[in-house]
Design a protein around this ligand. Structure first.
Ligand code: UD1
Ligand code: CA
Length: 458
């Protein structure tokens, strides 16, 4: 069966009260529309069409990487009119025509399994419809069935009678049917209704009139069909999404001390026996090796953390590679292009940027290391600053193996420190320091004999 998916995303999303088009608001770090698109893509369709309208260029620009076919709907005259914009592009030969699956760009949590069932139920020339029973169905289109229980039509909330409004089964908007039927019906839609719109939902009654069976399908969970209309609903679905991800991780063997205080906004790969404490936010692509522990209050984006490494509380880590058995934090900041080898220790109030640090080296307190290569088993004292920036250009610092740098040292780049060198505390290093020797640059200490403090006059 050839499948085409049409994702409707032209609505304005007024209730978001945002300058950003609704489908670009993020859930789990990804735009809402990307969720719908990925679920569609998992069905391996011929093509995914996205019908866009308000803020369209912005949506297209932001999501150009998706590989969808973009179809503009201008003006927006309703869901039936939206689908009609995509239909001319879809194959509809009587024998070899596509099945069309209609989805909404603002419904992010539908699963490929449920969509697969909707598509399957449309097989054999039927129209399938995803419906759900809601305790409060207000606002939704209601599913009207006959005495035998067969679906007859959908009536929109604003067009419904008192009796119809009492129906709890609602239209989720997702449906599948052959393109040839759909083309025929959509061409006949009218807009004589409360909203003056071309309702896609009116095709249900047309199918029934044509003797086409309408097959209702239920989702596995109501969250799958929930749309985002405002930021309250967005937050609800975000929590649901995070809960699902957290459960999946726990089932894979990750310990989450509190799954309600864990947020993954991207892709996470984990080894065995990883332990993650509370208030950890992971973004982008993160890999955690075996037995990695992440302490409370950490923000980590695009990082690769090796086996047995531990991240102590309150760190900000972005674009970093952290080696096996390394220890980072508390209160450390690793910026992009930081590479820490095995057993490196980075301590409190240390910032590392675009630097490589070889195995066993310790930078434990109050330092800034930028554009630097540090060798192995080196000890960098508290308050060491690489002065890498002269106001116009960045310069490199190279520090060898087994170096000892005393506290409160400034390294004025470009500068090199040879293997085994010692730098005296308080040095401002302006020239290269040779290997194996003590280099110190500080004012000589003197004591003035007989000096007295000034005294206040009486
Ligand atoms: C629609 C359904 C209703 C269903 C509900 C589920 C119709 C007529 N009604 O109502 O039965 O219970 O969804 O949420 O279909 N859109 C366009 N172009 C348009 C209009 C809408 O692309 O001209 C898109 C919107 O961006 C949105 C989707 O279609 O993603 C649904 O539109 P919306 O206005 O939210 O429809 P509802 O009135 O909620
Ligand atoms: Ca809606």
């Amino acid at each position: 069966m050839r499948l085409s998916v049409v994702i409707l995303a032209a609505g304005q999303g007024k209730r978001m009260r945002s300058a950003l088009p609704k489908v670009l608001h993020r859930l789990g770090g990804k735009p809402l529309l990307e969720h719908a698109y990925r679920a569609a893509r998992d069905l391996r369709p011929e093509q995914v069409y996205v019908v866009y309208g308000h803020g369209g260029e912005q949506v297209r620009d932001a999501l150009g990487y998706l590989g969808a076919q973009w179809i503009e709907q201008d003006p927006q005259l309703g869901t039936g009119h939206a689908v009609a914009q995509a239909l001319p592009f879809i194959e509809s030969g009587m024998d070899a025509g596509d099945t069309v699956l209609v989805l909404y760009g603002d419904v992010p949590l539908m699963t490929p399994e449920t969509l697969e069932r909707v598509v399957m139920a449309s097989g054999g020339g039927c129209l399938s419809l995803l419906t759900v029973e809601l305790p409060d169905p207000s606002g939704y289109g209601r599913i009207v069935r006959n005495a035998a229980g067969h679906v007859q039509r959908i009536v929109e909330d604003r067009d419904a009678s008192q009796v119809e409004r009492a129906i709890g089964e609602v239209n989720t908007g997702m449906m599948a049917v052959s393109a040839s039927h759909l083309k025929r019906w959509v061409a006949r839609l009218e807009n004589q209704n409360a909203q003056g719109e071309y309702y896609l939902t009116d095709v249900i009654a047309m199918a029934v009139a044509d003797g086409i069976a309408v097959e209702p399908v239920s989702p596995a969970s109501v969250f799958e069909v929930m749309g985002v209309n405002d930021r309250v609903q967005l937050a609800e679905l975000e929590r649901r999404y995070q809960r699902c991800q957290a459960e999946q991780l726990m089932r894979q063997g990750v310990t989450l001390l509190d799954p309600a205080r864990f947020d993954l906004r991207g892709e996470l790969q984990t080894g065995q026996d990883v332990v993650i404490d509370v208030n950890v936010v992971l973004e982008g692509r993160v890999r955690l090796g075996d037995r990695v522990t992440i302490g409370p209050n950490n923000w980590i984006r695009d990082a690769d953390i090796g086996d047995d490494a531990s991240i102590l509380p309150n760190c900000v880590i972005e674009g970093a590679e952290i080696g096996r058995g390394a220890r980072v934090g508390p209160f450390s900041r690793l910026r992009p292009e930081t590479r820490l080898a095995e057993e490196v220790h980075i301590g409190n109030f240390v910032e590392v940027k675009k630097s490589g640090v070889m195995s066993g080296t310790k930078i434990n307190h109050l330092s800034y290391i930028g554009d630097t290569e540090v060798g192995r088993d080196t000890n960098i004292g508290a308050g060491t600053i690489t002065c890498n920036y002269d106001g116009a250009n960045k310069h490199k610092t190279v520090i060898g193996d087994r170096v000892f740098i005393g506290s409160d040292t400034q390294l004025i780049a470009p500068v090199k420190i040879g293997d085994g060198a010692t730098i005296g505390a308080g040095t401002t290093l302006t020239r290269d320091a040779p290997p194996g020797q003590l280099t110190v640059g500080r004012a000589r200490q003197t004591t003035i004999a007989g000096w007295e403090r000034p005294k206040k006059k009486r």
